[in-house]
Design a binder for this molecule. Structure first.
Ligand code: TMP
Ligand code: ASP
Length: 256
């Protein structure tokens, strides 16, 4: 499928989006990476291919486990065809361990941690927690159930439905990753509505751009070794090497 037969729609932080002649979307995974709301930017060779192949890997596993997703197929190593959806303007974040903006907001007095959770990176969150943020605002901002309902973004039943799906995705990803010696600290997912109103998983899932992955052995020895975008956010490692290592470990796991 050549790009000339498609209509360019938009570019996100890491993906370019096209519409195909039959109304599907094509995601082109680029080598771009950004953090801190676009303030930090770079490009890393092969990032596009690794993130595309990882998203494909997880979509296939989730579909096989009965999670409905927008994934169709990958026509090239860096592109993914997906169904067109009406995207719900709310991002869903599931946390198993304290990290990132949760701790930043805690330090700023903007959020309370669940009872018994230590305010430090790597502190386990028993039972986990789910947070919602805005999607189509200049800067993602946490939103609560009341505001989601008030804005008509989702009904109470829909919030419960996507919460259940997100919990199931957490179980499936965590279990697969655990077998590869990796901890799923947290992740973000998005959902959209099909023309007949069904809610299904959208965007990408299980990539190191949208998840925090920690090496399990290092963690058990008291160190956090990130296999995700935190190496870029914090400037602690080479993103290409880290993403490549994650990909290889999951591939090895698949072959076993
Ligand atoms: P946070 O700690 O910055 O809130 O991020 C939690 C998880 O969600 C982390 O794995 C990164 C992911 N995430 C995204 O992929 N995109 C986003 O816009 C945000 C806010 C988080
Ligand atoms: N919203 C965050 C940012 O743009 C997402 C991230 O860091 O992954 O910085």
């Amino acid at each position: 499928m050549s790009k000339s037969s498609m209509t360019y729609i938009s570019s996100g932080k890491a993906k370019d989006i096209y519409e195909t002649s039959n109304g599907n979307l094509l995601f082109e995974f680029t080598d771009r990476v950004t953090a801190f709301d676009g303030k930090k930017k770079a490009e890393y060779q092969e990032k596009g291919e690794i993130t595309c192949r990882l998203a494909e890997y997880w979509f296939s596993i989730l579909e096989a486990e009965g999670i409905p997703t927008h994934y169709i197929n990958c026509p090239t190593p860096t592109s993914m065809l997906v169904r067109y959806l009406d995207i719900i303007p709310v991002e869903v974040i599931r946390r198993n361990y304290a990290a990132g903006s949760l701790l930043r907001r805690y330090d700023a007095g903007e959020v309370e941690l669940p009872q018994g959770v230590e305010p430090e990176e790597g502190a386990p969150i028993p039972g986990g927690m789910i947070e919602f943020t805005t999607k189509f605002e200049a800067v993602d901002r946490p939103v609560d159930m009341k505001e989601i309902l008030f804005n008509g973004w989702m009904s109470k039943e829909e919030i419960e439905y996507i919460t259940g799906l997100t919990e199931r995705i957490n179980e499936i990803l965590s279990c697969e990753l655990n077998d590869a010696g990796i901890i799923l600290a947290d992740f973000k997912v998005e959902y959209g509505r099909t023309p007949d109103g069904k809610i299904i998983l959208a965007d990408e899932v299980g990539t190191p751009d949208g998840c925090r992955f920690w090496d399990k052995t290092e963690f058990e020895n008291g160190t956090i070794k990130s296999l995700d975008k935190d190496v870029f956010r914090k400037g602690t490692g080479d993103l290409s090497i880290v993403y490549g290592e994650l990909f290889e470990r999951l591939q090895k796991q698949e072959e076993m």
